[in-house]
Design a protein around this ligand. Structure first.
Ligand SMILES: [Zn+2]
Length: 211
C-alpha cells in the first residue's frame, strides 16, 4: 500500500519486485525513481510493458490485469524523463526546460475521474467511477497531474528533494515537519552517512610530518 492517496485501489496488485523504491512519497517521484541509482550507474526497472503494468498496479494506479501496449512503455519513460528534467532543474535552481513542462501538460488531458451513476442492488442511485477506456494512459495522466501539483505550486516545489547521498539520487517529497530531510531513508542512506561521519571522527589524528 502506497502512502499517497490512490485513485484506483486494486485487489489484483502483485507484490512489487524488490528493485522498486517507494520512498518518493508521490506517484510522480516514485515513477522517476523507477530509474534506480541515478547517482551511480542508472538501472532501468521498467524494462518491459509487463514491468510497467505491474508497477502501475503496485502503485495503485491501474488494475494491472494485462500489460500495456509497448508504445505506452516508451510514453511512460518519456513522461518520467520530462518530470525529472523539471525536478532536477528546480532542485539545482537552474532554468526549467520548457519542452519538459509542455510534455507533462500534454498528459493532463488523460487525468481525472469520470463519474458514473448506476442503480444499486437496493434500488438507489449510486455515484461511482466509470472504468477507464485506456487504463495505463489514464494512470500516466494521474501521475502527470501529481507532477503538475508538485512542480506547479510553491508548496510542492518547497518540499522537493534529491537524496544527499552521492550514489543514491532518489527523488523524494519531504513531509518532515521541519522540511529538513536530507536522505531518502534514514535506514539506508542516512545511516551510511552517519557511520561515515563516525569513522571520520574516530580516525586518529595524523602524526606530524617527519623532517
Ligand atoms: Zn538515498
Amino acid at each position: 500500500m502506497r502512502r499517497y492517496d490512490v485513485v484506483m485501489p486494486s485487489s489484483l496488485v502483485p507484490p512489487p519486485p524488490a528493485t522498486w523504491s517507494w520512498l518518493g512519497g508521490r506517484p510522480a517521484l516514485d515513477l522517476v525513481n523507477t530509474l534506480r541509482d541515478r547517482g551511480r550507474a542508472p538501472r532501468e526497472t521498467l524494462r518491459t510493458p509487463s514491468d510497467l503494468g505491474a508497477w502501475l498496479a503496485a502503485a495503485g494506479l491501474a488494475a494491472g490485469d494485462e500489460p500495456p501496449p509497448s508504445a505506452v512503455l516508451d510514453e511512460a519513460r518519456d513522461l518520467r524523463a520530462a518530470i525529472d528534467a523539471v525536478v532536477t532543474a528546480l532542485v539545482a535552481g537552474a532554468p526549467v526546460p520548457p519542452a519538459a513542462v509542455t510534455q507533462i501538460d500534454d498528459w493532463l488531458v488523460h487525468a481525472g475521474s469520470r463519474p458514473l451513476l448506476t442503480l444499486s442492488a437496493h434500488g438507489l442511485p449510486a455515484l461511482g467511477e466509470r472504468p477507464p477506456a485506456d487504463s495505463p494512459r489514464r494512470a500516466l495522466g494521474t501521475i502527470a497531474l501529481d507532477a503538475a501539483t508538485l512542480l506547479g505550486t510553491p508548496e510542492g516545489r518547497a518540499r522537493l528533494r534529491i537524496c544527499a547521498s552521492e550514489t543514491c539520487g532518489t527523488r523524494f517529497f519531504d513531509r518532515s515537519p521541519a522540511g529538513a530531510r536530507r536522505w531518502c531513508s534514514m535506514r539506508t542512506c542516512g545511516n551510511e552517512a552517519k557511520a561515515r561521519r563516525h569513522r571520520e571522527r574516530a580516525r586518529p589524528p595524523r602524526p606530524p610530518a617527519v623532517r
